[in-house]
Design a protein around this ligand. Structure first.
Ligand code: DCP
Ligand code: CA
Ligand code: CA
Length: 396
């Protein structure tokens, strides 16, 4: 029992890897002419934003999510490359191939990051730092890409540590060092703290993660509801969520796809065309994973960036694109707003497994599994700037 507790609280060694300027670095690697230059990867110009900016571009103040027009204004010699998700998935699969040599417990957290539970791999490596150094060396030697690594007693601390030394960073925070590490970390660096929440915390005199941990938990709960407890835990650097290996994730709660339209439009034929495409994408994912759903939600962002999400229950559980489309269209009609639309999203939730059979793609097909992981990250944290849809690609 004691051993179990200890393992959970203090003895875990979790490593987080995040690739540096990932999409941009893959492009610089492919094309010698781009190396050492300010480069951004984006969707189809001109209505697109920066997905990834090379560190050379960042020196000009160019960053992710900035419009291409603004990025070019800041850096006239900027090279813009139209991205291709398939290239980045292939590159990250090769990174995963290398990571697998360091621990069998790997969780894909995004298209360019992973957590490794190294707790039981200690005998194999001189030290966690030594393992990280070897891993970084191999990734650079074999793929020509740099990454940043953070090591800590849990996923929260590991991820915070990897973001500190970017690019090409390596930071190890042992359990006793956690309080000092958090004292020097602004709260904006924590997960899920946007500018509004950050402002609210500052108004309480909370500037650093350390301040957050020392702030009375009951007051945080009063102010932020259920999130208050999580904030308190984060302030203490506590995170017990285990590393969940690829293919062992719990059942998803929903499947969704989003697309930014090539241009803002109020043309209902164009809008229904996109709704059909999104519905079919979602339907394919449902079927591939052997789920059906009982609720369809439609998200519409108008040209003024205001967004609405409305949902509708399905009479019978559904998994076909046509059925999803029919409900999405009904929701669209019910919204009845004639302003030009900028973005559309279709999500199916209230999922149930269709049968006990395994998903249609084999889990040994790592590429499909990673694509699924990317889609799930999109569902959870919002879209990648490059989506399957915006690239006019078939994801499968
Ligand atoms: N991405 C995207 N749209 C977003 C965020 C990210 O398309 N809104 C893509 C492009 C990035 C990749 O995901 O290259 C990884 O995202 P990161 O946030 O890790 O950013 P980078 O790897 O580009 O830079 P950093 O070195 O800061 O990690
Ligand atoms: Ca990255
Ligand atoms: Ca990342």
């Amino acid at each position: 029992m004691l051993r179990k507790l200890k393992l959970r609280d203090e003895s875990r060694v979790i490593l987080h890897v995040d690739m540096d300027a990932f999409f941009a670095s893959v492009e610089q690697r492919r094309n010698n002419g781009l190396r050492g230059k300010p480069v951004v990867v984006c969707g189809k110009p001109p209505r697109t934003v920066v997905a990834s900016a090379s560190y050379e571009a960042r020196a000009f103040g160019v960053h992710a999510k900035m419009s291409i027009v603004e990025a070019r204004r800041r850096c006239p010699e900027l090279r813009c490359v139209e991205g291709d998700l398939r290239r980045y998935i292939t590159a990250f699969l090769r990174v995963m191939g290398i990571l697998r040599g360091y621990s069998p417990h790997i969780e894909v957290a995004s298209i360019d990051e992973a957590f490794l539970d190294m707790t039981h791999c200690r005998l194999l490596f001189p030290s966690p730092r030594g393992a990280a150094e070897a891993m970084k060396k191999r990734i650079f030697a074999e793929l020509g890409l740099t990454c940043s690594v953070g090591i800590g007693p849990n996923k929260l601390v590991a991820k915070l540590a990897s973001s500190q030394g970017k690019p090409d960073g390596l930071m190890v925070v042992s359990a006793p060092e956690v309080p000092h590490f958090l004292d020097n970390l602004p709260i904006g660096q924590l997960w899920g703290i946007g500018s509004k929440r950050e402002e609210a915390l500052r108004s309480l005199g909370i500037e650093s993660c350390g301040d957050l941990g020392r702030f009375p938990a009951n007051l945080l709960k009063e102010r932020f509801g259920y999130l208050g407890e999580r904030l308190h835990q984060m302030g203490l650097g506590v995170d017990e969520i285990p590393v969940i290996p690829l293919g062992q994730e719990p059942d998803p709660k929903s499947f969704g796809h989003f697309v930014t339209l090539p241009e803002d439009t109020d043309d209902s034929r164009v809008i229904s065309g996109f709704l059909l495409r999104l519905s079919e994408q979602v339907g394919r994912r449902l079927r591939r994973n052997c789920f059906q759903g009982r609720r369809v939600a439609l998200t519409v962002r108008f040209s003024d960036f205001l967004a609405v999400t409305r949902q509708k229950a399905a009479g019978d559980p559904l998994m076909s694109g046509k059925e999803i489309y029919r409900l999405a269209l009904k929701i669209w009609d019910a919204i009845g707003d004639k302003r030009p639309v900028r973005l559309l999203g279709v999500t199916v939730s209230k999922l149930q497994r269709v049968s006990n059979q395994f998903p249609l793609f084999s889990r040994s097909n790592k590429s499909a599994a990673l694509r699924e992981a990317v889609d799930r990250v999109n569902d959870k944290y919002g879209d990648f700037t490059l989506t399957w849809g915006s690239l006019h690609l078939s994801p499968r």
